[in-house]
Structure formats: structure tokens, C-alpha cells
Design a protein around this ligand. Structure first.
Ligand code: ADP
Ligand code: ASP
Ligand code: MG
Length: 418
């Protein structure tokens, strides 16, 4: 059972082939634009890239924790804000940062223009809070690039087919960037963030985690779906579906980072396991007395993205994103079923394309859990992942133990094979 729900391909306006300069899409996360000094540094990097001869499109996230602050503000005003109004509010953070970057670029003597998601031609469906991109109408961006301007696009947002402002879900600026890279036929999508790339585990948790040189789309899908928030899951789906090469790297250095791209023989040879990912909060529901078809129909109608499903006789256990909790509870309450949410669970997953062809990964993993005395509550697998639902307070020690068991702290884990 895999957790990655793949999206249908959105329409991309066929971009005319432009002879000459190549296009690069560069995305800067919240930490990269957290204060005026950092905004000026991002501006300088964009100007340098433009001067080296590229057509530059930059996608920026809201400054620092601005999105969290706006969400908090909304909840202080209203216990259950209307999704449409929430999108109007939280899309503002990205508008602010992209206007500021454009100002800083102008001060460096280079022309720049900021665009909202809507002005940039990002058309989505009507699902507020986690809208999907259905089309990218890139003519305005092309027009501005033809005018020799650096184009700043507010990430994380679009305009729905009903002409409302929508947002793409937490971390959605990654998806804006990859979608634009696909629509513009960019050479690569550069994701600038506060770590140097994709690591064998969250570097904030595991001190000897190693930066990976390259990760396949499939592995990155599993990693993003199971907690490696360095890339939003949807951005990886989009990149894989459109063959966009993604380069995750640090805003604060010029070091190369991690390439996300097609699987290649050397990736499989070099490592059994690519990473250990985790989440500290999972919404897991146990449901009795309802037919699975009725249950999942109700959840789908409520726009709940069901993740893991386990059925044992007439009992169904499923998980869904924590953000979908309210909708999931409403859908369950509407069914004549007994249900309970299981609190206090987190998840640790071991991901690696190498496990497809090497036996023994499950044996080593379960042996490590036995040694720790950790009892997983549920286990879910895909061909390249084993995921354990376990008590929140054992998540961190389990990540560290599994990272050590597969020797991911050794420099060989990087899989350098440029
Ligand atoms: P941004 O604001 O630039 O979009 P995010 O906070 O969304 O950045 O993502 C970067 C964070 O992802 C890092 O600070 C890191 O703590 C976390 N992270 C979790 N797992 C991983 C991993 N396997 N590799 C790299 N970073 C990871
Ligand atoms: N600002 C949005 C968020 O915090 C989008 C992003 O950062 O990608 O989720
Ligand atoms: Mg992010």
C-alpha cells in the first residue's frame, strides 16, 4: 500500500520555444526571506543569475513564520474560519515577500516585477486550502521575461476556475515553482532552503545525517509523503509527471545540493536505504460497522486525502492528514458507524529504492525495533517503504536507531556519482 496519491496531469500552455537564453526557476523558502537583509541577499543572487544570461523566474514563500501567524490570527477571530476567507488571508504572506524582493532588485539596477499567483496564470480547482493546479497560463510571465525583467511570483496560491483566490496546502510554494518550471520548459527548478539538500534523515534530529547527492522521484515521493517536509509532496508528483529536474540546495552557500530525478542504475547499486523519515503527529481512526465503500466515499466527498488503510474483518483503520481532521470527523459523524481517533501516534518510515531487490530490510528493521523495545501499533508498506505507526515519545529514538542500523551516517550514504 503506498501513500502517495498521484495527481492527474494539469494542462500546461505549450510554451513557444525561445531561442537563446535558458530559463531558470528559483524558489526561496520562508527562512530565506525572513528579514530585510535576507531579502536583499536573495535579490542579489537573482540579479547575478540574470547577469549570467538566464531568464529568471523566482518564487518566494512568506517571510519566516508569517503564514503561521496569519492562521493564528484567523483562529483568534473565528473558531472555524471559512476556507475561502482563510485563503484570501494566508495568500497575503507571499504577496508581501515577492513585492519586497522586487523592490530590492530594482535598487540593484535590474528591472523586476512581482505577480500574484493569479497574475502569473496559475489556475486551480476550487478546493480551498489544498487546491490543485489545473492549468498554467504562462503568457504574462513570458511577456515580462521578454521585457528583460526578473519575474517574482507569489508562491502557494492561484486563482480557481470560479475566480476565487486559492492556496495549495502547506509548503505549496514548492509546487508553484515546479509547475512554473514545467510550464516554462525551464532547465531546472532550484529550491533554495535552510538545509543543504535532502538528507538521510531530518538533520535537525539526527546529527550525522548525510546529504544525498541524488534521489529518484519515487524515493522522494515516499519521503515527502512520510514527513520529509523539505519538499511538498505535490511538487514531487508534478516534477515526476513532467520530468522536471529539481535541485534542493542551501540559500546560504553556493554548494551543490540534492538532485531529484529519474532513477538510475547507480542509485540502486549504491544504497539499500536512502532515508529514514518521521512525523510526530498522525491522525489515525478506527472505524467499526460500516462498509469500506461507504466510508471512503464519504471521506472523498469531504475532500479528505486518505493515507494508509488497514482492514481486519469488519474493522477499518485509516490515517489522513492532520489538517483534514475536522472534515474527517464530520464525515465519520455523518455515517452510522462507531469510530474513535487514536491519539498519541507518530510514524517512522524507512525508504529506499534498493529494498525492491534486496531481501532482509524488514528483518533488520524489526530486529532494531525489538532491541529498542518499541512496539509498532500498525505497519504499512510499499515496494520501497516500510512505515511504522508508534507512540509519539518513541519516534525520535527509533529514527536514530534505524539510521544507525542502515549505516546512513557514513559518508558513503551520500552516493556521489555525478
Ligand atoms: P522552506 O521554508 O525553505 O520551504 P521547510 O521548512 O519547508 O523549508 O523545509 C526544510 C526543512 O525540512 C529543514 O529545515 C529540515 O528540518 C526539514 N527536513 C525534514 N526531513 C528532512 C530531510 N530528510 N532532509 C532535509 N530536510 C529535512
Ligand atoms: N508559506 C506557505 C507555508 O508556510 C507556503 C510555503 O512556505 O511553501 O506553508
Ligand atoms: Mg517548505
Amino acid at each position: 500500500m503506498t501513500e502517495a496519491a498521484y495527481e492527474t496531469l494539469p494542462e500546461l500552455e505549450s510554451s513557444e520555444t525561445r531561442i537563446g537564453a535558458s530559463t531558470v526557476v528559483m524558489k526561496f523558502g520562508g527562512t530565506s526571506v525572513a528579514d530585510p537583509e535576507k531579502i536583499r541577499r536573495v535579490a542579489a543572487r537573482l540579479v547575478d543569475t540574470k547577469r549570467s544570461g538566464s531568464r529568471v523566474v523566482a518564487v518566494v514563500s512568506a517571510m519566516g513564520y508569517h503564514t503561521d501567524e496569519l492562521l493564528d490570527l484567523a483562529h483568534q477571530v473565528s473558531p472555524q474560519p471559512k476556507p475561502r476567507e482563510l485563503d484570501m488571508l494566508i495568500s497575503v504572506g507571499e504577496r508581501i515577500s515577492c513585492a519586497l524582493v522586487a523592490m530590492a532588485i530594482s535598487d540593484l539596477g535590474t528591472a523586476a516585477i512581482s505577480l500574484t499567483g493569479s497574475q502569473a496564470g496559475i489556475v486551480t480547482d476550487t478546493v480551498h486550502g489544498k487546491a490543485k493546479i489545473v492549468e498554467v497560463k504562462a503568457h504574462r510571465i513570458h511577456q515580462e521575461l521578454d521585457g528583460e525583467r526578473i519575474v517574482l511570483v507569489a508562491g502557494f496560491q492561484g486563482v480557481s476556475t470560479e475566480y476565487d483566490v486559492t492556496t495549495l496546502g502547506r509548503g505549496g510554494s514548492d509546487t508553484t515553482a515546479v509547475a512554473l518550471a514545467a510550464a516554462l520548459g525551464a532547465d531546472a527548478c532550484e529550491i533554495y532552503t535552510d538545509v543543504e539538500g535532502v538528507f538521510t534523515a531530518d538533520p535537525r534530529l539526527v546529527a550525522d545525517a548525510q546529504k544525498l547527492h541524488a534521489v529518484s522521484y519515487e524515493e522522494m515521493l515516499e519521503m515527502a509523503a512520510s514527513g520529509a517536509k523539505v519538499l511538498q509532496l505535490r511538487s514531487v508528483e508534478f516534477a515526476r509527471n513532467h520530468g522536471v529536474k529539481v535541485h534542493v540546495r542551501s540559500t546560504f552557500t553556493d554548494e551543490p545540493g540534492t538532485w531529484i530525478r529519474e532513477e538510475d542504475e547507480r542509485m540502486l547499486e549504491k544504497a539499500l536505504i536512502s532515508g529514514v523519515t518521521h512525523t510526530v503527529e498522525e491522525a489515525v481512526y478506527q472505524v467499526d460497522g460500516v462498509r469500506p465503500a461507504d466510508l471512503f466515499e464519504a471521506l472523498a466527498a469531504a475532500e479528505v486525502n486518505v493515507d494508509t488503510i488497514i482492514q481486519m474483518d469488519s474493522r477499518i483503520v485509516f490515517s489522513a492528514p492532520v489538517e483534514d481532521r475536522h472534515q474527517a470527523e464530520q464525515a465519520l459523524a455523518g455515517l452510522e458507524a462507531r469510530f474513535a481517533e487514536q491519539h498519541g501516534l507518530g510514524k517512522v518510515s524507512v525508504v529506499g529504492a534498493g529494498m525492491k531487490s534486496h531481501p532482509g530490510v524488514a528483518a533488520r528493521t524489526f530486529a532494531a525495533l525489538r532491541e529498542l523495545g518499541v512496539e509498532p501499533k500498525y505497519v504499512a508498506t510499499s515496494p520501497i517503504k516500510i512505515a511504522f505507526y508508534l507512540p509519539q515519545d518513541s519516534v525520535e529514538e527509533t529514527v536514530r536507531a534505524l539510521h544507525a542500523v542502515f549505516d546512513l551516517g557514513s559518508p558513503a550514504a551520500e552516493r556521489q556519482h555525478a
